[in-house]
Design a protein around this ligand. Structure first.
Ligand code: KIV
Length: 266
């Protein structure tokens, strides 16, 4: 199977085929996601919460993102790998944004980057696109704006807020983004945005009408239970399975039933 590119994203939208996307942060899970045939792996800054145990994504650094993206790229044969720009890696200046985004392609094997924001990042999206760094934009609930938003809340619920999000969607498309992630917005608004844009939309908590869907892998596999957003569907309960396995090992060692002859050398 050939490597997925940003052009396949556009073709899928044009053909009405759904784009599949999940996060991954290390070699073994990236290998599983890739082998399953998922189109795109996002090395999300959500790793701050689900891997590093942080309260939010703000402390995640560029060096940490590069490290995790490298682990993922090493495992992936087909999926498009996208590196997520962490808080303060693109806000201070366009030059800094270009340099940091370039690191994902140059040092970590990613083929594109994602960043949060609409009109306020349109200059950055233009500069990255001019530098041949494909950009996935991200509007709606943008977790790096948690303090301004006052928490993880559904966005675009009033007519005014919905109109503003629709405008932002057009701005990021016009700035050169190859796709747009829509997080935690009403399904009808996501439908309108997806219908008006020619670039594909990827939804998380944005209903069924987006051109593709993304979830955080640790939510899908039941490995993160600090909180479970309404939009998550769990397909496994790996935390419970891992807990049972580790408890069984502990009991075997304590009872003296591990190692047995089978696991011992003569
Ligand atoms: O960091 C992340 O994992 C994200 C999600 C929206 C998928 O941005």
């Amino acid at each position: 199977m050939p490597r997925i590119t940003i052009h396949d994203f556009l073709s899928k939208k044009q053909q009405g085929a759904k784009i599949t996307m999940l996060t991954a942060y290390d070699y073994p899970f990236a290998q599983i996601v890739d082998e399953a045939g998922i189109d795109c792996i996002l090395v999300g800054d959500s790793l701050g919460m689900v891997v590093q145990g942080l309260e939010n994504t703000l402390p995640v650094t560029m060096d940490e993102m590069i490290y995790h993206t490298r682990l993922v790229s090493r495992a992936v044969k087909n999926a498009l790998v996208i590196g997520d720009m962490p808080f303060m890696s693109y806000q201070a200046s366009v030059e800094e944004a270009v340099r940091n985004a370039g690191r994902f392609l140059k040092e970590a094997g990613a083929s594109a980057i994602k960043l949060e924001g609409g009109a306020e990042v349109s200059g950055v999206i233009q500069a990255l696109t001019r530098s041949d760094i494909p950009v996935m934009a991200h509007i709606g609930l943008t977790p790096q704006s948690i303090h301004r938003m006052g928490g993880y809340k559904v966005q675009g619920k009033t007519d005014d807020a919905a109109r503003k999000l629709l405008e932002e969607a057009h701005i990021v498309e016009d700035s050169g983004a190859f796709s747009l992630l829509l997080e935690a917005i009403p399904a009808d608004l996501a439908k309108k945005i997806s219908g008006e844009l020619s670039i594909p939309t990827i939804g998380i908590g944005a209903g069924p009408y987006c051109d593709g869907q993304v979830l955080v892998l640790h939510d899908v596999l039941g490995m993160f239970d600090r909180f479970v957003p309404k939009f998550v569907k769990r397909y496994a309960n790996l935390k419970a399975d891992a807990l049972a396995a580790v408890r069984a090992y502990k009991a075997d060692v304590e009872r003296g039933t591990f190692p047995s002859d089978k696991e011992s050398f003569k």
